[in-house]
Design a protein around this ligand. Structure first.
Ligand SMILES: [Zn+2]
Length: 481
């Protein structure tokens, strides 16, 4: 496919860029590195090209009567490289760029710009058609593109008569997203693997929990689900299952690929929260997760993406949007007509008609909250993801807020949105934390989010692969689109 799917134009509002000749040095402030350790004060970070090459501590010394900045490293104190572009971040708080592990993108370029302006530097994007997904990965990869770097989960396997995203979404002519037999399912997974794809999604849900009293949707046959999961595990792919009801989730857990041999030893998994080969693309809503279910999840390395935002949206669309727009920073980041649209009766009625069972969802929000807290306490890999189509980027901050409401500490919420996100993407070696060797995806905040999670919203700058972008300029640009 040679045609660009959307015209992402490199932005001209880059403030500074680390290049091979001129390292970028960030000096001062507070560092939350994403590993979950305590914030560090007065850090010094050297970025060369797109990578972080050193994280040390700023040290001020006097030389020839002048105060000079130097950098304390594990090997001693060094000078700031002479040719460096030095960026004083005193008074700011640095944290890794946010990773949203569950997004959809329907082709509106402004959505990507807004996500990026709100600090989402990487996102796991669920895409129906494989070729489109691969093109999105390529197009959003450059540092000069004001968009999160997208990683694709594709295709979305479902059943005929099952969940369908409407005629606007392209289908995939290269494979069958609706396999009817186990044999067909396995063949599709092998075809996906041959295309170089790493993650697939399965719908395993009749949607009654949110659509009653509309007719239930067809759910994929159990043996097809099991074949997709098993084959994905054998081929080294990650399978993300949309399965918010416990009875279905139990079937998924029973079928989920159990790795043999050294890769995922139980004791390692238990301690590290390592990601296995499959997991839940949404939280479990309708029932508490029992001890025995938790143990199966731990043993199989089942990851868990709660997606509070989408459940809050379905539970009370109007309340969710009013709550979001109650933060002036969010409201003023959107064009007025978009705000009006979100708050209109028409918007509310549209979703109410599509998902009439809001009473069930709202009655079970506490279960969803408790399940997440319990899994985090047991070191099950819980990963931040929003599943939001409304409020791009803003959703990530709401999701963090809900995580803290569920009982996670702000630091636990931040780790799930950074380090755990990178682990889930299979890119922990290069993404998710502010450490030497990692990609330089860094947010500069005006206030410390470990004091209050609302402070993740105080973004002033976004660094993508060593390039610095200004939050407000990105917002202004997005409003004009
Ligand atoms: Zn989704």
């Amino acid at each position: 496919m040679t045609k660009l799917l959307f015209a992402l134009i490199p932005v001209l509002i880059v403030l500074s860029q680390a290049c091979a000749q001129h390292p970028l040095v960030l000096l001062g402030g507070t560092l939350i590195d994403g590993t979950g350790t305590e914030p560090k004060f007065n850090p010094a970070i050297i970025i060369e090209g797109s990578r972080i090459t050193l994280v040390g501590t700023l040290e001020l010394t006097s030389r020839d009567g002048k105060i000079v900045s130097r950098i304390r490293t594990t090997k001693g104190v060094i000078d700031v490289p002479e040719d460096a572009d030095v960026y004083d971040v005193n008074g700011k708080v640095m944290m890794p760029g946010l990773i949203d592990a569950h997004i959809h993108y329907d082709g509106v370029e402004r959505d990507l710009l807004q996500m990026f302006a709100w600090g989402v530097t990487s996102a796991n994007c669920m895409v129906e058609a494989t070729d489109r997904a691969l093109a999105l990965e390529r197009e959003t990869a450059p540092d000069s593109i004001a968009s999160p770097q997208l990683y694709a989960t594709t295709p979305i396997f479902t059943a005929k008569g099952g969940w369908w995203w409407g005629k606007d979404f392209r289908d995939d002519s290269t494979l069958n997203r609706f396999p009817a037999t186990a044999k067909e399912a396995r063949a599709q997974v092998r075809r996906v693997k041959a295309k170089g794809i790493k993650r697939i999604k399965l719908m395993y849900d009749d949607m009654r929990w949110c659509r009653d009293t509309l007719p239930p949707l067809a759910r994929m046959k159990k043996n097809v689900m099991a074949a997709l999961l098993d084959e994905a595990g054998r081929q080294g792919l990650i399978a993300e299952v949309h399965v918010p009801q416990m009875k279905d989730a139990k079937e998924v857990l029973a079928a989920g690929f159990t790795p043999k041999g050294k890769a995922l030893r139980k004791d390692t998994l238990r301690q590290s929260g390592q990601i296995g080969s499959f997991g839940f693309a949404h939280g479990i809503l309708d029932e508490s997760i029992s001890d025995s279910i938790e143990h199966i999840m731990i043993d199989k390395g089942t990851f868990y993406i709660p997606t509070f935002c989408v459940f809050e949206f379905l539970a009370n669309t109007r309340g969710f949007l009013q709550h979001a727009m109650g933060d002036g920073r969010f409201q003023s980041s959107l064009p007025q007509d978009v705000v009006q649209h979100y708050l209109s009766s028409e918007y509310y009625e549209r979703y109410r008609t599509r998902y009439p069972n809001s009473a069930f969802v709202s009655a079970h929000m506490l279960v969803l909250f408790r399940n997440t807290k319990s899994l985090v306490d047991r070191h099950v890999p819980v990963v931040m993801g929003t599943d939001m189509w409304a409020l791009p980027g803003i959703g990530a901050h709401l999701e963090l807020e809900y995580m803290v409401q569920a009982g996670l500490s702000p630091m636990e919420a931040i780790v799930s949105a950074t380090k755990m996100g990178a682990r889930f993407l299979g890119r922990e070696a290069s993404l998710g934390t502010i450490e030497p060797g990692k990609q330089a995806d860094i947010l500069l905040l005006d206030a410390n989010p470990t004091f209050s999670i609302f402070n993740t919203r105080s973004i002033s700058k976004i660094i993508k692969q060593g390039m610095i972008y200004d939050h407000q300029e990105l917002i202004e640009r997005s409003k004009k689109q």
